[in-house]
Ligand binder design. Structure first.
Ligand SMILES: [Zn+2]
Length: 381
């Protein structure tokens, strides 16, 4: 599970005398084998090792990088890829003393970059598309709390079941009447709700959830909600009828996944509608591969939308990075352009390098009529 703290640590990385190795790897097993993934890793590392040998880095820096590479290689050798993992990002420095691994639900372009700072843009472009969910299930006595992020679900119920008496003996030492017993139980439930609400608030402060899903029965859920801070209430996107421990983990995961898909679909549909309207008015928006390539070449892309599984054939100038649909000679530097099966990685890389964002759109959207690609721009081209 990628934690908020992990992302925070990476973004606030303090430069040292040692460079950082930032490693991105496509691990989409729908199109690749583990063997191919390992070969790509070995090749990339071999290439960089040769480069750093010849570089002006100090002996200590070179040795540290070699240890970084070794640690990355060992990690990939032992790698297992789970269902929804399509990409991997690793940051290693000081011979692996600084070490962070991100398993990602989208493919990334293979790269091994050596720089004083971690190269985080491709990672951020992916993380921007996903939301951190908290799913809290309560009843009068118990609570179960889950965190969901990047397709992974984790049980984070650090809460022991509150001490609510289920059967209160009527002949206790203080000899309560039944009515007062009831009040006693309500008091405990009230304290329990208060405690869970406080726990959720503390968790939210540490983990920065984007959305909350609440599970509970209609007879007491509103009562529980009265204890929730408005920060949390404002982020509640769904309420479901269930009780703690009633559902299998897979069922809980499915509910969050469906909620996430619903939210994304709604947001993406709005974005695509907006894109169509803006592109029709030629108002800082383009549709189709040819125009997106023009925009990518000028660093104009603010937000790129690409349908999943879209293949974008074209040509690239390897000397200056110019992208084109069909020009065989680069109009910028005059070099010969090379034919490419798919420019997906190049377009995304270009967008991200100019601080643009990108979203992957599920297939079957209105983008399909435009080769599955479109972009909002910073300025008209
Ligand atoms: Zn060129």
């Amino acid at each position: 599970m990628v934690t908020f703290r992990q992302i925070d640590e990476l973004l606030n990385y303090r430069r040292t005398d040692f460079p950082v190795a930032s490693f991105y790897l496509n691990t989409d097993l729908r199109n690749l084998t583990l063997e191919q993934i390992r070969t790509v890793t070995k090749d990339l590392i071999k290439l960089r090792r040769e480069e750093i040998e010849k570089s002006a880095l100090s002996h200590a820096q070179k040795e540290a990088l070699k240890s970084d590479f070794e640690k990355i290689l060992n990690f990939v050798e032992a790698l297992t890829v789970e269902g929804n993992q399509r990409g991997l990002a690793i940051f290693s420095a000081q011979g692996g003393q600084f070490w962070q691994v991100f398993k990602l639900p989208q493919k990334v372009k293979n790269a091994l970059i050596i720089d004083p700072d971690p190269y985080v843009r491709p990672l951020l472009a992916i993380l921007n598309q996903y939301h951190r969910f908290c799913f809290a299930i309560v009843d009068r006595k118990k609570a179960q709390i889950f965190e969901y992020y990047l397709g992974e679900l984790q049980d984070i119920s650090e809460l022991m079941s509150a001490d609510v008496p289920s059967k209160v003996r009527l002949a206790g030492w203080y000899g309560l009447e039944e009515k007062r017993v009831m009040r006693h139980i309500d008091y405990h439930a009230h304290q329990h709700f208060k405690r869970v609400a406080q726990l959720l608030f503390n968790l939210h402060a540490a983990r920065q959830f984007d959305y909350f899903i609440l599970g509970g029965q209609a007879e007491y859920l509103p009562e529980f909600e009265q204890h929730l801070h408005s920060y949390i209430l404002n982020r509640v996107v769904k309420r479901v009828d269930t009780t703690p421990h009633a559902w299998e983990v897979n069922k809980i995961k499915q509910v969050v996944q469906e909620t996430e898909e619903e939210l994304n679909r709604k947001k993406l549909n709005e974005l695509i509608e907006q894109l169509m309207t803006d592109a029709a008015k030629n108002n800082r928006a383009v549709l189709g591969l040819e125009k997106v390539l023009q925009a990518a070449n000028t660093g104009a892309i603010r937000l790129l939308l690409i349908e999943e599984d879209t293949v974008l054939p074209g040509r690239e100038c390897f000397s200056c990075g110019f992208l084109t649909l069909s020009e065989e000679t680069c109009p910028i530097c005059g070099a010969k352009t090379e034919e490419m099966d798919d420019l997906f990685d190049e377009i995304v890389e270009n967008t991200v390098n100019f601080n643009g964002d990108f979203f992957q759109v599920p297939s079957g959207s209105k983008l399909k009529e435009h080769q599955g690609i479109g972009a909002f721009l910073r300025f008209n081209i």
